[in-house]
Design a protein around this ligand. Structure first.
Ligand code: SAJ
Length: 439
């Protein structure tokens, strides 16, 4: 099947790079978003998200005339849905005393409804948003069939998960293997043909529900693996072991790859997607549920660590370094660092946050410092929450000149102990018994 024109619904972290990449590979692309800020920003030639290389690709796509943006979809050969599927903030399910999150699928429903008037025989519709198993056949198909057309017979319908890593989206979009699940084999073939426009990795065909499950299995596996690393950090502290050294040694085993502990799991994927399994099968998912509990509990563990290091928090001035959900991105969504800041403040600490990737972020109840120097100036403690490359590259002696703080608490194994010790700091590290770690 060949494609001349597609509509991409949702111009966020996935939809925008995808739309721009299709456009720079010769397709006419209508990028659709309901958010006026997004449309205005793009129409002015700017982008609303930080992702390395994205600006160049979007500029090229817009300048070529292949990418246009709009509030509404229009007739096209294919429709690609890449809208958010968060969980509800205030609604929960419960099973056997376990309270679980519920997926908010309203954006997928509205995107599907917006496609309806433009859906024609022979079109292809692809859902990319991460979704609970069976969403494509049980939620999306019935909405699209309100058009009078039959999925699989009159139009092709697929689920194809995005698997790109924020920070490396543009490269991974092209190079990663792509799974395309069709509700019929013909649908999967059509989906493959579309992605073949730019995907250089393997394109693997399957059915829609398998493709949905593949995505959830990937992110759930990562969540569970991070949970065990976080649990190891707690055990190491109890036994007077340096968890970082222990992980390093364990990972020399040919079949072991333990991930890194930290202040918790953030972002809009790994901390969300496992709930889609729990919600749809709570009776089958105690492990997945408990892994989520461990990772969500990790900010509390960090606060306990801070208290062990500096005593009661009331009135303590803490410079928190990093607020992003992970290193070297500007994305603050579901960030465990934010949770740590809130918890510290609740106990009376005065926290000043320096986030170099988003210094002007506005987050309720969080005081953002305008510069590193201003965050450090009056601090009595430095708390490293995100392993941004520039933080790891700090010269401790230079930092010592900017602050009277002589205690540094490192949650991400980012500070070189000897160097910081030489500069006069006592360093406490997550996952290391504090008595042993004092430099
Ligand atoms: N984290 C740890 N320890 C680790 C690794 C990560 O605490 O060893 C934390 C990070 O700091 C962050 C969170 O986990 O808070 C998630 O970060 P991540 O880098 O693991 O994942 P994301 O959310 O940026 O991207 C993931 C990727 N999925 C997998 O690696 C299986 C990506 O490929 C997906 O496309 C993306 O989710 C998505 O959109 O679903």
């Amino acid at each position: 099947m060949s494609f001349q024109k597609i509509c991409v619904l949702g111009l966020g972290y996935i939809g925008l790079p995808t739309a721009a990449t299709f456009a720079t590979h010769g397709l006419k692309v209508v990028g659709v978003d309901i958010n006026p800020h997004v449309i205005e920003t793009l129409r002015n030639g700017n982008i609303h998200i930080h992702e390395p290389g994205l600006r160049t690709v979007v500029e090229a796509a817009l300048n070529s005339g292949n990418l246009t943006v709009s509030f509404e979809p229009e007739e096209a050969d294919a429709f690609l849905i890449a809208v958010p599927t968060p969980f509800y903030e205030d609604q929960y399910g419960e099973y056997d005393g376990r309270k679980y999150r519920l997926a908010d699928m309203r954006a997928v429903e509205s995107a599907a409804a917006a496609i309806l008037p433009h859906l024609r025989k022979g079109n292809l519709v692809i859902l990319e948003s991460t979704s609970p198993p069976r969403t494509t056949i049980d939620l999306l198909r019935p909405i699209l069939e309100r058009s009078g057309l039959k999925a699989g017979a009159d139009f092709y319908l697929c689920y194809s998960p995005e698997r790109v890593l924020p920070g490396q989206i543009l490269r991974e979009l092209i190079e990663n293997a792509r799974v395309v699940g069709g509700i019929t084999p013909e649908s999967a073939h059509a989906g493959c043909d579309l992605y073949a426009t730019f995907v250089k990795g393997e394109i693997l065909e399957t059915d829609a529900t398998t493709a949905e499950m593949v995505k959830l299995m990937e992110n759930t596996t990562r969540d569970v693996n991070i949970a065990i690393a976080n649990e190891f950090s707690r055990l190491a502290e109890k036994f007077g072991v340096d968890v970082w050294e222990a992980i390093n040694l364990a990972n020399r085993h040919p079949r072991i790859n333990i991930l890194s502990p930290g202040p918790g799991v953030g972002g809009h994927c790994i901390s969300v997607d496992p709930w889609f399994f729990v919600e749809t099968a709570p009776e089958l998912t105690p492990l997945i549920y408990h892994a989520r509990q461990v990772n969500d509990g990790q900010p509390h563990f960090v606060v306990e660590k801070v208290k062990q290091a500096i005593g009661p928090l009331n009135g303590k001035k803490i410079a928190a370094l990093g607020l992003a959900y992970k290193p070297d991105v500007d994305d603050l969504r579901e960030s465990p660092a934010t949770e740590v800041v809130h918890l510290l403040q609740k106990e009376g600490a005065v926290v000043n946050v320096w986030e170099p990737f988003k210094p002007d972020a506005r987050i309720k109840g969080v005081d953002m410092a305008p510069s590193l120097d201003s965050a450090l100036k009056d601090a009595d403690t430095i708390l490293l929450l995100v392993r941004h490359t520039q933080f790891v590259g700090f010269h401790a002696a230079e930092i010592a000149l900017k602050t009277k703080a002589r205690i540094a608490i490192d949650c991400v194994n980012g500070l070189e102990i000897a160097q910081w010790g030489n500069a006069g700091f006592t360093v406490y590290r997550l996952g290391v018994n504090q008595l042993d770690s004092a430099a």
